[in-house]
Design a protein around this ligand. Structure first.
Ligand SMILES: [Ca+2]
Ligand SMILES: [Ca+2]
Length: 278
């Protein structure tokens, strides 16, 4: 475990993220020190329980609502941008993502917009290259709703113009990341409701919640036909932007409204050898 933590730190430093803060874990448990990147605006989410899923409204795959414990982790405050993904593409000599049909200069012309048209493998490789990883569905959901089971990042009542969904605001397509500070989550994470859908680490199974472990769930063992995607997008009705809403996509697909953000923790729950992955 110690070796992997040091490895993650070295990878983060190697990715050119020198501006780091060594932050201590919350009080109570043993101290865990990890690099929280200031330049890239990662947000620390303290260890503890939160309410995942919901029992009323929503779809069957969101049930049952249950209390889930997550170890401390950090998550990017904003969605991955075209500029950040270009640094990865250029460093690896990869083919750049296709432009969406609605803007043929999107990838190079809008560096602050969220990267789209990337496969799950590309999103995963991008996060690994940065010394990070994709968040689990549980990590994504806790970062979006905090610990009180709220429906939207800002509370329980929909509010127009503080999230980018379909026909509710000043953006017809994807907005520059972080354009809606009033719609931030309790941890200060942006665009968890709308803008672009986000790949999660987990394989997707609709019935997973019924049997998921209560601590650090990282998705079914897989493979399944789909990876989990969360949060809705600029093409979505506001119901898709309700935090418990779950969706999925074949991991090899690229979509003009699907991107990613990255996470980091001292102990990676998505690592295949991790016994917590069950
Ligand atoms: Ca919109
Ligand atoms: Ca989003």
């Amino acid at each position: 475990m110690r070796a992997s933590r040091l490895g993650a730190w070295r990878a983060l430093a190697a990715a050119g993220t020198a501006a780091t803060l060594w932050a201590a874990a919350g009080c109570g448990g043993p101290q865990v020190r990890h690099p929280v990147d200031l330049k890239e605006h990662m947000v620390r989410v303290p260890a503890g329980e939160f309410i995942m899923g919901r029992d009323s409204l929503g779809a069957d795959d969101e049930r049952p609502a249950r209390r889930v414990w997550l170890d401390e982790y950090a998550i990017d405050r904003v969605e991955a941008t075209n500029a950040e993904f270009k640094a990865f593409v250029d460093a690896r000599g990869m083919v750049a993502p296709n432009n969406p049909a609605w803007d043929m200069n999107y990838y190079l012309g809008k560096p602050a917009a969220p990267v789209v048209n990337i496969t799950w493998e590309q999103a995963n490789a991008f996060c690994r290259w940065r010394g990070k990883r994709l968040p689990t569905e549980a990590e994504w959901e806790k970062a979006a709703r905090g610990t009180d089971g709220r429906l939207y990042p800002w509370g329980n009542t929909w509010t127009d113009s503080i999230a980018n969904v379909w026909h509710n605001d000043r953006f017809e397509r994807a907005a520059p990341v972080g354009s809606f500070p009033a719609g931030a989550s309790p941890y200060g994470v942006f665009d968890m409701a709308g803008n672009v859908w986000e790949w999660c680490a987990d394989w997707f199974l609709p019935q997973y919640y019924a049997t998921a472990p209560p601590r650090n769930p990282a998705g079914p063992k897989g493979p399944t036909p789909f990876r989990a995607v969360r949060g809705g997008s600029f093409t979505s009705p506001k119901s898709d932007a309700e935090i418990p809403n779950r969706s999925k996509s074949p991991p090899g697909d690229t979509l003009h409204h699907l991107g990613c953000r990255c996470a980091w923790s001292a102990h990676d729950p998505t690592a295949p050898a991790d016994p917590k992955r069950h």
